[in-house]
Design a protein around this ligand. Structure first.
Ligand code: ADP
Ligand code: MG
Length: 569
């Protein structure tokens, strides 16, 4: 047996570790299970490339509570460590890593926005344990090792008789941390941090009901068996290819993410990028309606399937924090403060990418099934309108699919709306007037009178509508919004009262001559107007008396001719 002193350069980091962010003590379990997972996946890699002769098998990680002994065990079947490796990785690397982390943390301690806390690593065990043991057997043909440390820089390292490959970490839980000997507490942590980790995690046993045998009588109870209680799904939907997933799989995954939530998402967006950063994930549009107060079910951030936080502020554009789902990226720096995060180039790119993907998805939903998109509009408009207000790039994209419903439930895009009203709804300054109501009951009589005049009245009722209007008035040329019950409505003048042709008199004459020559029939009159691209450029009419004459000749056959048409060939 050897004993030694960890090479401490700061006075003693152990009290510091213990003091570390009190409310975050629970992350020790995530750190240790992450290490167990890493060790397992490393072995998988080594065996797959032939650099380990070990049998990989179906390894799992086990978490075990020994209440009487006041111990918590984390056991893996990963690649293990030799004595030398313990010396190197635990006493030196892990220690200096923790030390470095704490130094950094001390600087950032005032910044309450610090997230993640990855990096404290193995030594986070001392936040809850007064003594930690490692019993480990390498996949290499070398004796097992037993390391013990009591929370001072002193450690012991000796040979052990463990024969199965892998590592067992034993935490002797401290007096003030006995909550971590409660099954419920540990189960809660496992489900919070490890629900989607890539290696199966066993926590106790559970009873599984088997199908009844064919010859069983009705009153016979179904047979049961005791099986490992695996707390995680090692292959969550976001790690798969979109092509391998059905609509149903996405819905099921939503339930898996938010088990207490029974509503169905409206649609999902599968994120998958590996350049210039790595990011996978699935975002869901929940039914939001008018409810901006979404606190409970939030987007969860993972790093390689390890839960980090459900506060994605700064990573996901703010207007999309109302969505739900998962993003997973190893490229998001987690040991830094939020203000740093927001300035980080990679993070900015990620945020931009997410915003773009969401816009693209909305666009394709709109293009593929407009009717369905209209049905969902009320549940998604808040996010879209909010996005249009906060990001110009998103505005540009959303301008193609954002909808403007009328009080009669017709949905216009901006382009359609403009085409519809610009002839008929113009004010004295020549601005196109968008009339809108926010409450069909309260404004009923105003709406009716506007409709009687042939005006379109929009129903704009989201809580941010005044901002949206302002945004539209500044980004659209020559447009003004007027409330249906505002006094401005009197400014509206019908355009036909002062129609002006787009053609000069000379041009009109040229066109008229060309058409008259082409039809070569003197009983028709050609009128050239060319008011607008939507209206007929010319009208060919037959004088009323000619029409009647003909009618008499033909004894009631056919009516007059009133043709609206293109230039004759
Ligand atoms: P990190 O995981 O970031 O490397 P840690 O402090 O968590 O830092 O762990 C330090 C090192 O200790 C790991 O890199 C690994 O080499 C070793 N180690 C920790 N836990 C295990 C384990 N369960 N099996 C094998 N090696 C481990
Ligand atoms: Mg680690």
């Amino acid at each position: 047996m050897s004993t030694g002193k960890i090479n401490v350069s700061v006075e003693n980091i152990f009290p510091l570790i213990k003091k570390f962010l009190y409310s975050d003590h629970e992350i020790f379990l995530r750190e240790l299970i992450s290490n167990a997972t890493d060790a397992t996946l490393k072995l998988k890699h080594l065996t797959s490339i032939g650099e380990s002769s070990a049998e990989y098998g179906n390894p799992q990680i086990e978490v075990k509570i020994d209440k009487e002994g006041k111990k918590l065990h984390i056991i893996d079947q990963g690649l293990g460590m030799t004595q030398e490796e313990v010396e190197k990785y635990i006493n030196q690397l892990a220690f200096s890593g923790a030390e470095e982390f704490l130094n950094k943390y001390e600087d950032g301690a005032k910044d309450t926005g610090i997230i993640g806390h990855f990096g404290l690593g193995f030594y986070s065990a001392f936040m809850v344990a007064e003594k930690v043991e490692i019993i480990t057997k390498s996949h290499k043909d070398e004796p097992a090792a037993h390391w013990t440390c009591d929370g001072s820089p002193n450690f012991t390292l000796e040979a052990a008789d463990k024969t199965e490959r892998g590592t067992e970490i034993i935490l002797h839980i401290a007096e003030d941390s006995t909550e971590f000997l409660e099954e419920g507490r540990i189960a809660g942590l496992l489900s919070k941090y490890n629900k989607f980790m890539p290696v199966p995690i066993k926590f106790g046993m559970k009873t599984e009901t088997l199908p009844k045998p064919e010859d069983a009588k009705e009153e016979d109870p179904a047979p049961t068996q005791e099986v490992d209680n695996i707390i995680n799904n090692p292959n969550p939907a976001w790690t798969k290819q979109p092509a391998d997933l059905e609509e149903e799989d996405y819905k099921n995954f939503y339930q898996e993410l938010y088990p207490a939530n029974f509503d169905e998402p409206l649609f999902n967006i599968h994120l998958n990028v590996d350049y210039p950063f790595n990011l996978t994930g699935i975002l869901y549009f929940p039914k939001l309606g008018q409810d901006m107060n979404m606190q409970k079910d939030r987007i969860q951030l993972y790093q390689n399937q390890v839960f980090v936080t459900d506060n994605v502020e700064g990573i996901v554009p703010e207007f999309l924090t109302m969505l739900r789902g998962v993003i997973d990226s190893p490229d998001i720096p987690l040991n830094v403060s939020r203000s740093y995060l927001q300035a980080d180039g990679a993070v900015k790119k990620i945020s931009g990418y997410i915003s773009r993907k969401v816009a693209d998805k909305l666009k394709s939903l709109f293009n593929n099934d407009r009717e369905d998109f209209e049905k969902k509009w009320n549940d998604i408009k808040l996010v879209i309108e909010y996005g249009m207000l906060s990001e110009d790039k998103f505005f540009e994209k959303a301008d193609k699919f954002a909808l403007y419903p009328t009080v009669d439930n017709t949905f216009f895009t901006w382009e359609e709306l403009e085409a519809k009203i610009k002839e008929n709804q113009v004010d004295k300054d020549g601005k196109t007037v968008v009339l809108y109501a926010s409450d069909t009951d309260a404004q009923h009589s105003y709406i009716q009178s506007a409709k009687d005049k042939g005006y379109e009245v929009l129903l704009l009722d989201s809580p941010i509508v005044s901002h949206l209007i302002q945004k539209l008035e500044t980004s659209k040329e020559n447009v003004t919004f007027v409330r249906v019950d505002g006094d401005h409505i009197d400014n509206l003048i019908k355009k036909d009262e002062e129609q002006i042709s787009k053609l000069s008199d000379d041009e009109k004459e040229t066109v008229k001559t060309a058409i008259t020559d082409a039809i070569a029939n003197t009983s028709y009159t050609v009128q050239v107007e060319a008011m607008d691209s939507n209206a007929a450029p010319f009208i060919i009419t037959q004088p009323e008396f000619m029409r009647r004459m003909k009618e008499m000749q033909q004894a009631g056959g056919g009516g007059g001719m009133n043709m609206f048409g293109n230039m004759p060939e």
